[in-house]
Ligand binder design. Structure first.
Ligand SMILES: [Zn+2]
Ligand SMILES: [Zn+2]
Length: 117
């Protein structure tokens, strides 16, 4: 299921909820991720895409997480620091940017907000 190529370097299943395999994906989020992937010219790993309410509760995500709207993705990219990656993502138009220990959270909320966890 969801084994559909939605862009040259992304499949829909990379964004699906780990518990129920359902998926929502905002086309603007995908567009920005594709541009980021092209610019970086190396694999962008999606560590978390869409989350249903249950999954978001299980991992203790924010109650209003953009992951539940298909408007957020957590990513990992080899050989680039998360801070550097955050700056690049910002320049591409990602609005919500959270730097975590092992991944970068990106979303397309309307008002820019950046945090370090
Ligand atoms: Zn689920
Ligand atoms: Zn996230």
């Amino acid at each position: 299921m969801n084994n559909i190529r939605i862009a040259k370097n992304f499949k829909l299943k990379e964004f699906q909820c780990p518990c129920c395999k359902r998926v929502m994906l905002d086309s603007k989020l995908l567009k920005l991720l594709v541009l980021l992937r092209i610019m970086l010219n190396r694999p962008v790993y999606i560590t978390s895409g869409y989350r249903c309410n249950k999954e978001n509760e299980r991992i203790k995500g924010y109650k209003t997480s953009y992951h539940m709207l298909g408007m957020a993705a957590d990513i990992k990219v080899k050989d680039i620091s998360l801070i550097e990656l955050a700056d690049i993502a910002e320049s591409f138009g990602f609005k919500g940017i959270g730097i975590y220990k092992k991944h970068l959270h990106l979303d397309i909320r309307p008002v820019p907000y950046r945090w370090v966890n």
